[in-house]
Design a protein. Structure first.
Lengths: 326, 376
């Protein structure tokens, strides 16, 4: 056991995967010699060689398209997209091919591959380094979308993703890459895909979130419990597609109130889907309308205003109050 | 044939002023003597030669000031220019009035030469939306962050000029790494097929973050890629402002005469980190950096000017003082800007704010008041 940050846990998972399975290769921009712009692949090229930790040309379509071929022909590629906002040149490969190859070949070519990308904002970076566009991928049939919120899960979910027979979009919350440490076992372990984590048990309201916002939301939850005496349940989805409907519905059956907090812009985000499903399945449990807390429906701004774009603590408080005082 | 001499702008002290040049090429490349030119060049006026130097000094000082501001926490991530001044001055200065510039994040120098305000560049890296505002009459596109994505735009801008019979040439800037993206190849192909009045100006600074050009392409040069699209490409010493200027001037003249696009690969080097979040010692050596520094574009052109009798200590001192004054003023504009208003998030997303966004804006106003009033 050691105390690792989230980015170190990612690196540790990649080390374990490269060790365990020689079909695994890492590829991407600056992942080799430089060890990745966030140092997520630091030291791995030295250890496993330049054939397994590969610096590619600056070409997302090339990286992702070649990964399709690598995966179809016996390898287990783990391509890195430097920031989620730079996946667009390779978007065709993701939605037209990566997501569909199993279906298109009627089961003949599964694509065991994991596309890693840092996502989310509020690190004072330039434009397009702050995207929370998980919904594009959640919307695309054939993809599995994962977003850890802490170091322990990051390692276990990444190893589970690499073992998984189908393509996974693995979104790493860059704002908390180094924000805190947790115990992370040195050994190989997995955290199951498709299972939410119950971060905190409560009776009055269910709050659902993922990624960066889990920790920030937990702080708000603690504060509201102290100030208002409410009992709040917090779920971390961990896998965004397919998300854990059972965990959410069970919680809503108990509490009758639900708030979904996302860093993505509001319209057609995952929160909208959760609200729709809760409406379909839990209508008679509900004491208040399902409420979404999200970024405004405008582009992520340059950094001076980014904290007002993403959900603020105040916005989360307002969302929870709305359903509690309905 | 009468020799035309390219003149410096009249308002010499303005970083935003630009040179007028008629565009017809007077110098045949074979006639350009090998460096160092021992005699004063005949095709460029002494004032313009001085202007080149002054602008390079300005950009260098500007860049160093921004790095200091970044370290002091006043700016976000910043992509420094030092080492590439000759590329930016030589190319932007070869543009004619009304020509269009399509820059990247590393081209603040060229942007300022084309009329983008110094204080706006500061505000941009200071994370202010105001830094995105483009003054009327300035034909500069917003700097592109996604690599190579601006190149098809440049092709479209040039195409529009051609369709409307405008006497306008578009200069698109990009790095060596950009040549690996599909957008580069697609833009080059459009330019070739539609014979667009444009110049592809590649600042080959040897690296795309950590990756050397040799890992980016298996061709020997980037310039030769133009052949695949049916037009000419050439390499130029990107450390020599005069060489860059002449190459771009001639390419613009060619484009303006309807003879289509040109790819120019300027060989250069960034002295600093890729951005302020990068550590270049991870991927390149001190010796390599030192060898490029020996041919410093600013220092070497300064000594040529002195050799030609066009520059001296007094002028140097005077210009340095003017540069510092300009920078102080620009920093004052940045520091003096009123705090950003949260509701500015909603500005300019659409020409007219849809009702849904009006409601969100009102909700944000309330949220700000609550948060500032400490109300919970
Ligand atoms: C589409 C895209 N992918 C990745 C990045 C991240 N990135 C920013 S700069 C850069 C290297 C660019 O190298 P080059 O084109 O040579 O320009 P330079 O920075 O050297 O001026 C990379 C990979 C990006 N901005 N856009
Ligand atoms: Mg470069």
């Amino acid at each position: 056991m050691s105390q690792l940050t989230l980015v170190q846990a990612v690196q540790d998972a990649l080390r374990c995967a490269l060790d365990a399975d020689n079909r695994v290769i890492l590829l991407g921009e600056d992942v080799g010699r430089n060890g990745g712009v966030f140092r997520a692949t630091e030291g791995l090229q030295e250890r496993f060689g330049a054939d397994r930790v590969v610096d590619t040309p600056l070409s997302e379509s090339g990286i992702l398209g070649a990964s399709v071929g690598l995966a179809a022909n016996g390898m287990r590629p783990v391509p890195e997209i430097q920031f989620l906002g730079f996946i667009y040149p390779g978007f065709q490969q993701v939605v037209a091919h990566i997501a569909r190859m199993r279906w298109r070949s009627q089961g003949h070519y599964g694509l065991p591959m994991v596309v890693r990308a840092p996502f989310g904002g509020r690190i004072r970076a330039p434009e397009l380094h702050s995207e929370s566009t998980e919904a594009y991928f959640i919307h695309t049939p054939g993809l599995t979308v994962v977003a850890p919120s802490n170091p322990y899960d990051a390692k276990g979910l990444l190893l589970a993703s690499i073992e998984f027979p189908d393509p996974v979009i693995f979104l790493e919350p860059m704002r908390i890459y180094r924000a805190f440490r947790t115990e992370v076992p040195e050994a190989y372990y997995t955290v199951p895909l498709g299972k939410a984590e119950l971060v905190k048990v409560g009776e009055d309201v269910t709050v659902v979130t993922w990624g960066t916002l889990v920790r920030e939301t937990l702080e708000v939850v603690h504060q509201l419990e102290r100030d208002k005496g409410w009992s709040i349940e917090l779920l971390d989805l961990r896998t965004l597609s397919p998300w854990d409907e059972e965990a959410v519905f069970n919680s809503v059956h108990k509490t009758g109130r639900v708030v979904v907090v996302q860093e993505a812009t509001l319209q057609l985000g995952l929160a909208a889907e959760i609200a729709a499903r809760v409406g379909e399945e839990c209508l008679l449990d509900l004491e208040a309308p399902v409420t979404r807390v999200a970024s405004w429906d405008v582009p992520p701004p340059l950094f001076q205003l980014e904290d007002w774009h993403a959900p603020t603590a105040q916005r989360i408080v307002n969302g929870i109050e709305r359903v509690m005082i309905y | 044939m009468s020799k035309k001499v390219d003149e410096a702008p009249t308002k010499m002290d303005e970083a935003s002023s630009m040179t007028q040049n008629t565009g017809d090429s007077t110098v045949n490349k074979e006639q350009i003597p090998a460096n160092p030119e021992t005699s004063v060049p005949q095709d460029v006026s002494p004032e313009l030669l001085q202007f080149f130097y002054k602008q390079m000094v300005f950009i260098r000082e500007f860049d160093r000031r921004l790095l200091r501001l970044q370290r002091a926490g006043r700016l976000g991530t910043y992509a420094p220019v030092e080492g590439q001044e000759a590329c930016q001055v030589g190319s932007a200065q070869a543009m004619r009035e009304g020509d269009f510039l399509v820059p990247t994040y590393r081209d603040s120098g060229a942007m300022m030469l084309r009329g983008f305000p110094v204080s706006s560049v500061l505000l941009y890296w200071n994370g202010r939306l105001e830094g995105l505002q483009i003054p009327a009459g300035v034909s500069v596109f917003p700097l592109a962050i996604p690599i190579a994505s601006q190149l098809p735009h440049a092709a479209g801008i040039a195409w529009a000029a051609k369709l409307q019979h405008k006497d306008q040439v578009t200069l698109a800037m990009f790095g060596d790494g950009a040549t690996s993206e599909g957008d580069f190849h697609e833009a080059m192909n459009f330019a070739g097929v539609f014979q667009l009045p444009m110049v592809f100006f590649c600042e080959n600074n040897q690296y795309a973050i950590s990756l050397p050009v040799s890992r980016q392409t298996a061709t020997e040069t980037l310039a030769e890629k133009a052949a695949a699209y049916g037009f000419s490409g050439q390499r130029v010493d990107g450390g020599d402002v005069l060489a860059v200027y002449r190459a771009v001037r001639d390419a613009i003249a060619k484009a303006a005469m309807g003879q289509g696009p040109t790819l120019i690969e300027a060989l250069t080097y960034r002295y600093g980190a890729h951005t302020t979040s990068d550590d270049p010692t991870k991927y390149r050596t001190e010796e390599e950096l030192a060898s490029w520094r020996q041919q410093d574009p600013v220092v070497s052109f300064g000594s040529r000017l002195r050799q030609w009798g066009l520059w001296g200590d007094a002028q140097e001192q005077q210009w340095q003082a003017q540069v510092q004054e300009k920078l102080i003023q620009a920093v004052a504009v940045m520091e003096g800007s009123p705090p950003a208003r949260p509701t500015d998030l909603f500005e300019h997303v659409y020409a007219q704010l849809p009702p849904r966004l009006r409601a969100q804006k009102a909700a944000l106003e309330k949220e700000v008041a609550q948060a500032r009033g400490g109300v919970q």
